[in-house]
Design a protein. Structure first.
Length: 125
């Protein structure tokens, strides 16, 4: 089950953080079709956000066709995203690279900027 972490200083709406974290879990294979999302009550208890915020995030995910609400049962994953499972060899390589970057003295924001630049170069749209 996914555990949401809300960063109130991120400058990103709380419901969008929930949407983004759910999509991340789908891309990484941590959530799969048929899996149940935490109830709004469980998310509220874990994150201290407004229940309507959680419901708004779940409605957005439903609108995108990623989840479906089943009356009286909960919200379930309809389909996954991407092909980067959590146990991918590429993940291990990236983890090694991140460790080397940290050992070289790069800060988190430096690594993020460098990675974003490389992504833009290789995945230019």
């Amino acid at each position: 089950m996914v555990e949401y972490r809300i960063d109130r200083r991120a400058g990103v709406a709380t419901y969008l953080q929930i949407v983004q974290q759910t999509k991340h879990a789908l891309r990484m294979g941590l959530l799969r079709p048929g899996d149940k999302l935490p109830t709004a009550r469980e998310v509220v208890e874990a994150t201290a956000v407004n229940p309507n915020t959680v419901l708004k995030a779940y409605r957005e995910l439903e609108r995108e066709g990623l989840v479906e609400a089943r009356r009286g049962l909960g919200t379930f994953v309809r389909k996954g995203l991407g092909a980067a499972p959590a146990e991918s060899p590429l993940r291990a390589e990236l983890a090694d690279w991140a460790a080397r970057a940290r050992a070289a003295g790069l800060e988190r924001d430096d690594v993020a900027a460098l990675f974003a630049a490389v992504l833009e170069q290789h995945f230019d749209t």
